[in-house]
Write a protein of this length. Structure first.
Length: 178
């Protein structure tokens, strides 16, 4: 089992992509019929987030921004963003913990969470969630020829892309060993 507390550059970028995906989901959610209400941050790493404010032309880090205000915008008029698991790019990050954004949209409870190592390695659609997500991202961006079939190990995809075995090692348990 790899040491997940010391991510490689690739695994950090993969988690950053997940963070951006979560952030994008947060930005899109208020664009629905209703905005996120009663927003709170929680999870096992409840202080690991960044708040971004907006001023019609730029989005900028603002640690003192009001969570409800920055999440009250729409796609046409964004008011900010939240980055969950913000320290996931730093050495020593604990990949077993998560940060959640909770609230209600249209009267329905919603919880958006950063992903943990066990989320990435969980079974999903005859593969692992990590392999499914990565292959879907490659395909959506015109690189489907780089995505291995589900029966192939995830590290094969990394080798196709020219990644070293050292890079593939921390990722491989997501699909190679499952």
């Amino acid at each position: 089992m790899p040491n997940l507390s010391r991510p490689t550059r690739f695994s950090s970028k993969l988690l950053v992509a997940a963070s951006l995906l979560v952030s994008s989901t947060v930005a899109i959610a208020p664009a629905q019929a209703n905005s996120l209400k009663n927003a709170t941050i929680g999870g096992t790493a409840a202080t690991d987030y960044l708040l971004y404010d907006s001023n019609n032309t730029h989005t900028f880090l603002n640690p003192t921004a009001n969570l409800q205000t920055i999440l009250s915008g729409t796609a046409a008029n964004p008011t900010g963003n939240v980055e969950l698991a913000a320290s996931s790019e730093k050495a020593g990050f604990d990949f077993t913990k998560n940060t959640t954004l909770n609230g209600t949209i249209g009267g329905r409870a919603i919880s958006i969470s950063s992903l943990t190592a066990s989320d990435w390695s969980s079974n999903y659609k005859d593969t692992t969630f990590g392999q499914y997500w990565f292959n879907s991202a490659l395909t959506a961006n015109g690189f489907s020829n780089m995505a291995p079939p589900p029966a192939q190990p995830f590290s094969t995809c990394l080798k196709i892309m020219g990644a070293s075995n050292a890079l593939a090692a921390p990722i491989s348990p997501m699909s190679d060993k499952m």
